[in-house]
Write a protein that binds this ligand. Sequence first.
Ligand code: SAM
Length: 257
Amino acid sequence: MLMKHEDFEGMFRRVLEEGLSGLGWTLPESALEAMARYARMVREWNERINLTTLVDPEAMAARHFIDSLTALMVLREPGWPPAPAQWPARRLADIGSGAGFPGLALKLAWPALEVTLIESVGKKARFLEAVAQELGLDGVTVLARRAEEVGQDPAHRERYDIAIARAVAALPVLLEYLLPLVRVNGMAVAMKGAEVEEELAAARGALERLGGRLRERREVAWPPHLPPRTLLVFEKAAPTPAGYPRRPGIPEKRPLR
Ligand SMILES: C[S@@+](CC[C@H](N)C(=O)[O-])C[C@H]1O[C@@H](n2cnc3c(N)ncnc32)[C@H](O)[C@@H]1O
């Protein structure tokens, strides 16, 4: 049984606002309202299609929205004001977007962001389109395709300032999805757990082959009741060779070493 709208919205808003103040981000009321409507849609659609295991309002606010918004810490460029609503346009690709995290949450906080959500499961992609339509969002493109195909499509290859992903694949595989989409000097962000040493060591060969370089690892310990996470930020130092990404399924089957 779903709880009443008022209860859901009240709890969701409380955790969302606490989480944002801890991060130091101020969002306009319209963005908070849009996030609550979006969270409600996740909960409703989740009755029919499998979007997420987290549907209670506190978990949704903390683990989906606040966690997604922690990426703003590494996306903010020098000289930009503290309010993401005032940041200039950038092009961002979110790979394996699922129910839209982090891509759609970032879009709601940073309206000038142009977002491409890449999600190979058709039903999830239809959900993402429905959210963009319901909230009247401009600058959101949904691709129901595999990252490996999109990375070889000239309309998308090396066209993004930022490529980002959360909970999609091990780092060597993920870098083969992310880096081909990023322009030279752009950045790839992998949202990972606390233990990244082994993954980073395993990804050394992939980074070299794909033209990437580790720029920053930012530990995230907010909200305090969640396990710590790490934002791994890579810069694209050189163009990615034409053969990458390899055919769908190959990066996962034979990760670069
Ligand atoms: C565990 S979910 C994570 C969803 C979301 N990023 C989040 O953190 O809540 C992984 C998603 O990535 C998608 N996915 C996995 N590999 C993909 C690929 N190669 N291309 C596009 N989507 C992919 C899956 O369909 C799934 O929806």
